[in-house]
Design a protein around this ligand. Structure first.
Ligand SMILES: Nc1ncnc2c1ncn2[C@@H]1O[C@H](COP(=O)(O)OP(=O)(O)OP(=O)(O)O)[C@@H](O)[C@H]1O
Ligand SMILES: [Mg+2]
Length: 355
């Protein structure tokens, strides 16, 4: 494959399969498993092609188990693809990993890459040596960091004494320290409070703007997507569902409105009941659990009509009407894909029965 200098990442028909043991139940099963050769193949990533130009922030989204982390592991050279061609910074990531690592930064939200017992400043010094960052560049970077977030109090704290938020912040700063061309962030805001999330989003945005860093971001938090990504790629069951501007997607769902409701009573029970009562709409709860959301496609049914149906059985304490949110757009895509998958597997089951 020819190197494309405009592109930070080029993936062509990338798949990743894992061989996993078909485990049997019970003690006897475990013993049999010891001698078993009974493996099945799990396709975690299935024929994905994308090109990511330099400087973009791309949201790499999908439900749990979709294959996001597996893709990132291939892009960072941790895993070798089963099939397909992959170039990151013009090089094959799993070959010559040490050299490729100089040009990338990685943050996995759940675990820190920093030295646990050392104060942050020591970790930074080690990274400075590893990546041979010139003194002046290093100094400038720390000054830039200080202008973005107050890192002074963090610098002298051992990582193990940090809160999750402080640690994530430190991990992100460490990933950008050697000014890599691409930074991979796998769920960087997981488990953080609202204000820390916002701090981290501002930081990522500023680093991308100032350094022109390409950022690949996986997240389940649509607030991250709204704050950072113009382009999103959605995968499910390892397959690509969507790759385009988020605005384009919103326009596609232009006839949809989100009806936000506060009803008297238990929200979880209402969610279940409403899902059954208005199957043509997608019903959810907002992240802060304050509102029930009802996604209405006005081409099929008017919002006022849905509202009056709800008012017949519930006491509506408060309501808001909004354009479709990113959260709802993405949920809708997942649900539609699930329905299609369900329909497809029913078809194959019927097919095999009739044989
Ligand atoms: N080392 C492995 N061995 C076997 N199966 C694996 C391995 N790593 C991942 N998988 C499987 O591949 C699929 C994709 O997993 P992956 O971790 O990439 O999902 P994800 O999109 O990152 O999900 P999440 O949002 O939950 O982090 C899953 O079915 C998972 O069980
Ligand atoms: Mg993951």
């Amino acid at each position: 494959m020819k190197e494309n200098n405009e592109c930070a990442i080029v993936m062509k028909g990338i798949s990743k399969e894992f061989k996993v043991l078909n485990r049997r139940e019970g003690l006897k099963g475990s013993l049999l498993d010891l001698f078993s050769r009974d493996y099945k193949t799990v396709t975690a990533v299935d024929d994905i092609s994308i090109e990511i130009p330099r400087g973009q922030i791309v949201g790499y989204l999908g439900p749990n188990g979709a294959g996001k982390s597996t893709t990132i592991k291939m892009m960072t050279g941790v895993l070798e693809p089963t099939r397909g061609e992959l170039l990151v910074n013009g090089a094959v990531p799993y070959k010559n990993r040490a050299k490729n690592a100089e040009k990338i930064g990685v943050v996995f939200g759940q675990r820190s890459q920093l030295w646990w017992a050392l104060p942050l400043t020591e970790s930074f010094n080690i990274l400075k040596d590893i990546y041979m960052i010139p003194d002046q560049e290093y100094k400038d970077m720390l000054e830039f960091y200080q202008s973005l977030v107050d890192i002074e109090p963090l610098l002298h704290k051992p990582v193990r004494q940090m809160s999750l938020g402080q640690r994530t912040l430190s991990d992100i700063l460490a990933a950008f320290l050697h000014n890599p061309g691409i930074v991979f962030l796998d769920e960087p805001t997981i488990g953080l409070d609202v204000s820390m999330k916002s701090k981290i989003r501002t930081l990522i945005h500023a680093l991308n703007q100032e350094k022109g860093t390409t950022v690949i971001l996986t997240t389940h938090d649509m607030g991250d997507v709204d704050a950072l990504c113009r382009r999103i790629v959605i995968i499910d069951h390892g397959k690509m569902l969507y790759d385009n501007d988020i605005e384009h997607l919103r326009k596609f769902f232009g006839s949809y409105r989100t009806l936000k409701l506060r009803l008297s009573g238990d929200k979880k029970a209402q969610l279940e009941k409403l899902t059954a009562e208005i199957p043509e709409c997608s019903v959810g709860i907002t992240e802060d659990e304050e509102w029930i959301t009802v996604l209405v496609d006005e081409e099929k049914r008017k919002v006022m009509d849905v509202l009056s149906q709800i008012q017949n059985s519930y006491t509506v304490r408060d309501m808001q009407l909004e354009e479709i949110s990113t959260e709802d757009v993405i949920r809708k895509i997942y649900e539609d894909a699930d329905r299609e998958n369900g329909a497809a597997s029913e078809e194959t089951e019927e097919g095999s029965e009739s044989k």
